[in-house]
Write a protein that binds this ligand. Structure first.
Ligand SMILES: Cc1cc2nc3c(=O)[nH]c(=O)nc-3n(C[C@H](O)[C@H](O)[C@H](O)COP(=O)(O)OP(=O)(O)OC[C@H]3O[C@@H](n4cnc5c(N)ncnc54)[C@H](O)[C@@H]3O)c2cc1C
Length: 450
């Protein structure tokens, strides 16, 4: 059986950064993807990434053909289209990338660092021995040949498929199942439009809780005439077909009159707090496979790359000590939670409330700027959510019979602070996990009952 120091399953954004970081430290790394090499990176996605993610992990910013559009802000529209929240500032500066070329660059950098890349190879199962993951079962999609590969540590970076996570036995203590209600199902197209838009530097998000339950639709310019446009809904019971909804609501927007569809397709993204823990004996789970995605907007490229780099750093230390047990890998979850997971957990509480508001409440809230544009930006960067509730707004809401919304928002802001604090103080060992988890679930329950 072929033996590696580390096997990384999935050559997406998270997997590529994990593999590259490990190989740079001199480890013998194998990265496996089911796609043909020339297709790696091609994914149904909004293609938007914040600039800060590149600075955070020291990755070169996109340029040349890889860079489609520089983004300077986000405009969010209320359901009645009467309010436009315009979020601008350092925190939302970013890029629309050519997803294929971006992915190709990351894979190339991993290979240059010394990673062995196996493509058109599907990972089917983890190999488990004496309570440890010691390798993976693979099948070559061209030859149908099955091969077992072994490694000291395996990383599940297989995205939403989470091929290894889903197959871990209960004694590994990993959440194998993500609830449908915590997943967004999306349909997206890239369209060429006739008349150039006048503000290509802005990503636009449209909220309509009645028509697009638990989600939103987006218009992200890749150039003044090329638009990444799509729609996502929460997979709650009886959810509408996102493609039908897209055709009904989005494709009919005046902007797309006489436009040409360049490509289209569906995709899934988990939008909840990260799984906990993300490690077990011989395995670390990263990226979408570990639900490392922003629960509000569904962005997960940057956090998967950061999650991959941090996982590699922990694995390098563990291999130096010759110990790949759950205890040795344990610090990973806490490190991720401090850097990003706490913010995710807070925003997950926000999502739980947002998904249950109605359009009237959303229209009132946005019109009265209950959260100012500046505070929305700060909250999206991980700061505590500040509510702009003055005596005047309280009186107005009372008059409109909407006082309960203010109370809900206040309680939500408090619960967000509490859950973030818990995630910043993730238990140092598995001993404290049950108590920690119970506290998190209790907060979520309160948020769901708001
Ligand atoms: C419609 C949509 C819009 C989105 N928009 C944005 C956005 O604008 N900005 C943003 O930041 N994020 C966005 N996201 C989320 C983002 O795409 C993901 O968070 C990000 O790609 C996660 O990276 P990853 O490496 O974990 O997984 P992926 O990039 O999905 O990579 C997983 C890799 O694993 C491979 N794989 C899967 N199963 C197997 C197997 N069994 N064997 C071998 N290989 C396997 C796949 O082929 C793939 O290459 C969007 C997602 C969707 C669905």
């Amino acid at each position: 059986m072929n033996k590696f120091d580390v096997i990384v399953v999935g050559a997406g954004t998270g997997g590529s950064l994990t593999a590259k970081t490990l190989a740079k430290a001199g480890l013998n790394v194998c990265m496996i993807d089911r796609k043909a090499e020339q297709n790696i990176g091609d994914k149904v996605c909004g293609d938007a990434i914040g600039k800060h993610h590149f600075d955070n992990i020291g990755l070169a910013h996109p340029s040349g053909e890889e860079l489609d559009q520089v983004i300077q802000g986000i405009k969010v529209y209320s359901p009645d289209m009467e309010t436009e929240v315009n979020v601008q500032g350092e925190g939302v500066h970013g890029y629309l990338v050519n997803r294929l070329l971006f992915g190709q660059r990351l894979v190339k950098e991993a290979k240059q660092a010394g990673v062995t890349l196996l493509t058109e190879t599907v990972v089917t199962d983890p190999i488990i021995k004496d309570g440890y993951i010691v390798g993976v079962c693979t099948k070559n999609l061209k030859t149908n040949k099955a091969t077992d590969l072994s490694a000291k540590v395996v990383v599940d970076a297989s995205g939403h498929a989470a091929v290894l996570r889903k197959k871990l036995p209960p004694e590994f203590g990993i959440e194998t199942n993500v609830k449908d209600e915590d997943i967004e199902i999306c349909y997206r197209e890239i369209r060429e439009i006739k008349t150039p838009i006048d503000d290509p530097g802005f990503c636009k998000i449209y909220l309509d809780l009645q028509k697009v339950p638990g989600g939103y639709y987006w218009v992200f310019p890749k150039s003044p005439t090329t638009i990444n446009v799509g729609l996502g809904v929460a997979m709650v019971e009886g959810f509408p077909n996102p493609k039908d909804l897209y055709n009904e609501i989005v494709a009919s927007m005046p902007l797309f009159k006489d436009s040409k569809v360049l490509t289209g397709g569906g995709g899934l993204v988990p939008t909840r707090r990260p799984i906990s823990p993300m490690v077990a004996n011989g395995i670390i789970i990263i990226g979408d496979a570990a639900c490392q995605v922003n629960p509000i907007h569904g962005g997960g490229i940057g956090s998967s790359m950061m999650g991959g780099v941090r996982a590699a750093e922990i694995i390098i230390e563990a291999l130096k000590k010759g110990d790949v047990s759950k205890e040795a890998l344990w610090p990973y979850t806490g490190i991720f939670m401090k850097e990003y997971g706490a913010k995710q957990a807070g925003l997950d509480i926000f999502r739980m409330l947002l998904q249950r508001l109605n359009n009237d409440e959303m229209n009132y809230g946005m019109r009265q700027h209950l959260i100012t544009d500046d505070d929305l930006l700060k909250a999206s960067m991980g700061e505590d959510l500040k509510l702009n509730i003055t005596e005047k707004t309280s009186r107005l809401f009372k008059g409109l019979g909407c006082l309960s919304l203010l109370k809900k928002l206040n309680t939500m802001a408090k619960l967000m602070r509490e859950v973030k604090e818990l995630h910043r103080n993730y238990p140092d060992s598995a001993d404290g996990l049950a108590e920690w988890e119970a506290k998190v679930v209790a907060i979520e329950q309160k948020a769901k009952n708001l």
